[in-house]
Design a protein around this ligand. Structure first.
Ligand code: FAD
Length: 496
C-alpha cells in the first residue's frame, strides 16, 4: 500500500523483533536495522562443529500462561509444538567446605528439604517460604503505561495485592538484609543463601519471585533454546512482510523539528520513516545515537546511579561423551579464585545441557562454564593481551571441567570462549551487561519511559527499561510501543 506509514526499528534482538511483528500486524511498513548477521541479540547461541552453545535462556517467565505468555504466542516464541521443560531443581550450590545446597522449583519440596536439614531455623524457613507463596499473584500489565486508566491499576491491585504488599514491605531490602532479618542460625543455610544471592546491591524481590514463578510451572525452558526462539521470531516477522537489514550499524537517529525522521547508517545510507523505535542498548541510544540531547532527570539518574549486571565470560566445551548429571545448573562457591585476570566475586556456574538434546549429538555433551568478569578488565586489552587472556582462561576452565567430570578434558572436541568483548562486539550491550540494570533497592519498583522528553515519533523498547531485564519485559515493551503508535495514528491495535 502506497500510503503505509513506515517504522524504522534499530536492533533485531527480541525486543526489536517483537516491535517489528506487532508493526506488521498493525498494517505498518517496518524495517529492522541490525548490525549483526543474525537476529536475536543476546538471545542467541552459536554452532561450533556438531555442537550448539547457548547464551541466554535458562528460564522463561510466562512459559505457561499470563500476559508474557500471550506475547510469546503472538511472536511465535512459543507455539503448541514447542516442548517446555520444567526442571525439578532450580540449581545446586556446590560449596567445597560444606554439603551441597539444592534449590527445588517446588516451594513445598524446598521447604521440607530445608526444615529437615536446618530444623533450628524452622521459623525463618517458614517465613521465607510464606513470603514466596505470597508472590505468586503478580501479573504484568498488557497495556503500555501511558494508555492505562485508573481502573487498570485498581484491578491489578485486587488481583495482585498479596504480592504487591510483599513487594512494598521488602522493596528497600537487599538480599543480604533480608537473610540477616531472617536471623538464620544454621551455618550451612546462611552461607549457601549468601553465597548465591549475596550480591552487594541485589534486591530481595527477584529471589522471592523466581521460586514463585517456578512453583506455578510458569518459568520453564523451551526446548531448542535461545537461538531457536530468535529464529522463530525472525520467521514470524518476515512471514508478516517485515524486512531486516543485516550487518548495518545505525550511527545516528535523524531528528528534524523535534521529530524522529529516520536513521543514518555508518555507511552513510539514510533511511527515512514516520516513526523510529530503538531496540538497541539504552545507553548507546540515548547518549550516542541521539547525542545526549533528549533525556529526563529520571533517565540521567538511572544511567548515573543504577549499576548494570556484570558481564560474563562463557567457556563452552563440546565433549565426546554423554555426561550425565542430576542437576543441569550448578553454582560453585569459589570466592576470590583467580581465572586469568578475573578474581571471582562469588564463584562460577557449570551447566550441563544434556536436558536439551538439540545442543549436542547423541552420546556427546555441551558443558558451559560461566563466571562474572567486569567490563573494566576487558575494555582496553590489546589484541595480544586479549589472545593471551583467552589462553589462560581456557587452561583454567579445562581444569575446572576435569574437577567436575574427571577424565573428560581429554575428550574435549571444541572449546569456545566468549568474553565481555564478544558480547559488546555482537550486541553493543553497555559494559557487556547481559540483562541490563541490576535490580536493587534503588530501582526495583521503577521502569524507564518508552518515550523521551522533547522528541516525538520516537520510542525505546528492550531490557534497559526494566531493572532486572530479561526476555519477558523486553518483548512486552515491543507490543507496548505499537499500542502507543496505533493510538497516535488513531487506529485500533491488533495482535492478529
Ligand atoms: C548468559 C545470559 C543468560 C540469560 N538468561 C536469561 C533467562 O534465563 N531468562 C530471560 O528471560 N533472559 C535471560 N537473559 C537476558 C535476555 O537474553 C535479554 O534480556 C534479552 O535478550 C534482551 O533483549 P533486547 O532485545 O532488549 O536487547 P539485545 O538482545 O541487546 O538486542 C539489541 C540488538 O540491537 C542491535 N544493535 C545495537 N546497536 C545497534 C546499532 N547501532 N545498529 C544496529 N543494531 C544495533 C544488537 O546487535 C542487538 O541485536 C540472559 C542473557 C544472557 C546473556
Amino acid at each position: 500500500m502506497k500510503d503505509k506509514k513506515k517504522i524504522i526499528i534499530v536492533g533485531g534482538g527480541v525486543a526489536g523483533l517483537s516491535a517489528g511483528i506487532y508493526a506488521q500486524m498493525n498494517g505498518f511498513d517496518s524495517q529492522i536495522v541490525e548490525m549483526h548477521s543474525i537476529a536475536g541479540g543476546l538471545c542467541t547461541a552459536w554452532h561450533r562443529k556438531e555442537y550448539k552453545f547457548d547464551y541466554s535462556i535458562q528460564w522463561l517467565v510466562g512459559s505457561k500462561y499470563g500476559v508474557f505468555h500471550n506475547v510469546y504466542r503472538d511472536t511465535d516464541i512459543l507455539n503448541d509444538g514447542i516442548e517446555i521443560i520444567n526442571p525439578d531443581v532450580h540449581l545446586k550450590l556446590i560449596n567445597p567446605q560444606a554439603e551441597d545446597f539444592v534449590i527445588y522449583t517446588s516451594i513445598d519440596k524446598w521447604e521440607n528439604y530445608l526444615l529437615e536439614k536446618a530444623p533450628e531455623d524452622t521459623h525463618a524457613i517458614r517465613k521465607m517460604c510464606r513470603d514466596m507463596r505470597r508472590c505468586t499473584k503478580l501479573e504484568s500489565f498488557d497495556l503500555a503505561p501511558s494508555l492505562r486508566k485508573p481502573f487498570h491499576y485498581i484491578r491489578a491491585l485486587f488481583r495482585s495485592y498479596p504480592t504487591l504488599l510483599t513487594i512494598l514491605k521488602y522493596k528497600n531490602l537487599r538480599s543480604e538484609d533480608y537473610f540477616n532479618l531472617l536471623n538464620i542460625k544454621n551455618e550451612w543455610l546462611h552461607t549457601s543463601l549468601h553465597g548465591i544471592y549475596g550480591n552487594a546491591n541485589f534486591s530481595i524481590i527477584p529471589f522471592l519471585l523466581i521460586l514463585s514463578w517456578y512453583a506455578q510451572g510458569n518459568s520453564g525452558y523451551p526446548k531448542g533454546g535461545s537461538l531457536a526462539v530468535a529464529e522463530r521470531m525472525h520467521q514470524r516477522y518476515t512471514k508478516l512482510g517485515g524486512n531486516i537489514l543485516f550487518k548495518k550499524r545505525v550511527a545516528e537517529i535523524m531528528v528534524e523539528n523535534s521529530r524522529a525522521k529516520g536513521v543514518l547508517l555508518e555507511d552513510g545510507t539514510r533511511i527515512e520513516g514516520d516513526y523510529v523505535i530503538s531496540a538497541a542498548d539504552g545507553y548507546h541510544t540515548i547518549f550516542n545515537l541521539l547525542k545526549g540531547k533528549y533525556f529526563s532527570s529520571n533517565i540521567k539518574k538511572a544511567y548515573e546511579n543504577w549499576e548494570p549486571f556484570n558481564a560474563f565470560v562463557q567457556v563452552s566445551f563440546g565433549v565426546n561423551a554423554g555426561l550425565k548429571t542430576d542437576v543441569p545448573v550448578q553454582w560453585v562457591l569459589a570466592k576470590g579464585k583467580e581465572i586469568g585476570k578475573t578474581k571471582l566475586r562469588l564463584g562460577y556456574r557449570i551447566l550441563n545441557y544434556n536436558f536439551d538434546k538439540t545442543m549436542a549429538p547423541e552420546g556427546k555433551s555441551c558443558i558451559i562454564i560461566r563466571f562474572e568478569s567486569p567490563w573494566e578488565i576487558w575494555e582496553n586489552l590489546s589484541e595480544e593481551e586479549y589472545r593471551e587472556e583467552k589462553k589462560r582462561i581456557e587452561k583454567a576452565a579445562l581444569q575446572l571441567l576435569e574437577e567436575h567430570y574427571p577424565g573428560t578434558s581429554a575428550l574435549v572436541e571444541v572449546c569456545d570462549i566468549a568474553t565481555p568483548q564478544t558480547t559488546v562486539r555482537y550486541t553493543g550491550a553497555w559494559k557487556g551487561s547481559y540483562e541490563g540494570f541490576l535490580p536493587s533497592p534503588k530501582n526495583i519498583t521503577q521502569q524507564l519511559s518508552l518515550t523521551l522528553p522533547g522528541l516525538s515519533r520516537f520510542y525505546m523498547v528492550g531490557q534497559w527499561l526494566f531493572p532486572g531485564g530479561g526476555i519477558p519485559p523486553s518483548v512486552l515493551s515491543g507490543k507496548w510501543a505499537l499500542q502507543m503508535i496505533c493510538k497516535e495514528e488513531k487506529r485500533k491495535f491488533t495482535n492478529q
